[in-house]
Write a protein that binds this ligand. Structure first.
Ligand code: AMP
Ligand code: MN
Ligand code: MN
Length: 327
């Protein structure tokens, strides 16, 4: 796949990622947006993402993200990043109306891609890593030094650190680390970026994390842990879903835990589920069964019913996998 070839002759290009965008989604979309602006100077290029009170403020061009989805018309080329078409939210209509569609993703649950042109690589740490590899391998008359810059490098780096937990999770590969080594040579304050976009939490984010840990319940002899934050509690602390990022990861850190499940209420009898596992459980398989997806060690879905309905249904699947490994 060559980016220059894909966008050749296009006068309008759209880019989007999944609903409730995370660091990789925002980072990969921003990196592609800035890159295409460099190589297609005459094209009208739009980047659509849901707005989030986020920690991405180091990205200079954040204000160029269209969060209103009011643009009318159809795109010559449309890129869906870090998801299949089903989680594009309002941008799904742009995808459906585009002349040429492209899907770049690393979710194992997105099996064959959803577009006319697909680049789905589950072994990649992040969609941002794939974007950087595509930029390097692009067939463009401009030399790489002129096509890349510190803003693109920063966007890719943010995506990588968020999806790998700062190069900690098992999706980190030699290629990820080699790419990161190249990226920091473009010159940005990476220790501060890691601190401010990944580790730092606001006071309410820390309080809600504390609450989730305090109210967590262990089951299956401590091999599973679950915690749930309901709407009333979210309203009490004044938090939105983005403030709950990282809670599932914290639950997985607890010694002896094979599988961590974090739920938050999204509606009356509706919950968003985040699952994290260590080496025993394939949570992508479980999330896919319930209509969601993700990666082997981190996956999610949305479920209907009470908290107890959700956890009873999930635990049957978790138990099956943990049990199978013990036989
Ligand atoms: P989360 O638990 O929301 O942080 O998501 C963990 C991983 O699973 C991320 O890579 C998400 O993009 C992915 N994921 C979460 N929910 C879904 C879903 N409903 N469908 C497909 N992938 C999902
Ligand atoms: Mn993502
Ligand atoms: Mn990702």
């Amino acid at each position: 796949m060559k980016l220059t070839e894909i966008v050749r002759g296009a006068s309008s290009i759209g880019i989007s990622g999944h609903i409730r965008p995370d660091g990789d989604c925002t980072g990969s979309a921003m990196a592609l947006f800035l890159y295409l602006k460099k190589i297609c100077k005459d094209a009208d290029i739009h980047l659509f993402l849901e707005s989030r009170q986020d920690t991405m403020t180091d990205m200079k061009y954040l204000s160029q993200i269209d969060t209103s989805y009011e643009w009318e018309g159809s795109f010559d080329v449309f890129f869906a990043l870090d998801t299949a078409k089903d989680r594009l939210g309002k941008a799904e209509a742009y995808f459906d109306g585009a002349k040429k569609t492209v899907n770049i993703d690393h979710h194992v649950s997105n099996q064959n891609g959803c577009a006319q042109i697909n680049y789905v690589e589950p072994k990649a740490s992040s969609t941002s890593e794939l974007i950087y590899e595509l930029i390097k391998a692009d067939d463009n008359p401009l030399p790489l030094k002129e096509r890349m810059d510190a803003d693109i490098a920063l966007a890719v780096y943010i995506g990588m650190i968020h999806d790998t937990g700062v190069f900690q999770y098992s999706n980190t590969t030699g290629r990820t680390l080699a790419d990161a080594a190249e990226l920091i040579t473009y010159g940005f304050d990476f220790p501060r970026i890691i601190e401010e976009t990944f580790y730092q939490k606001t006071y309410i984010q820390s309080q809600i994390l504390g609450r989730a840990l305090l109210e967590s319940i262990q089951f299956m002899d401590g091999r599973c842990i679950v915690s749930c934050i309901d709407r009333k509690t979210m309203d009490f602390y004044g938090v939105n879903p983005a403030d709950l990022d990282g809670i599932a990861n914290q639950l997985r850190n607890i010694k002896g835990v094979d599988c961590a499940v974090f739920l938050y209420q999204t509606g009356l009898m509706e919950y968003k589920i985040s699952m994290r596992s260590n080496d025993r459980v394939d949570v992508s398989r479980i999330a896919s069964y319930f209509g969601g997806g993700g990666h082997v060690r981190a996956a999610g879905c949305t479920m209907k019913g009470t908290f107890h309905d959700c956890i009873n249904n999930l635990s049957l699947h978790i138990e099956k996998q943990i049990g199978a490994k013990h036989d």
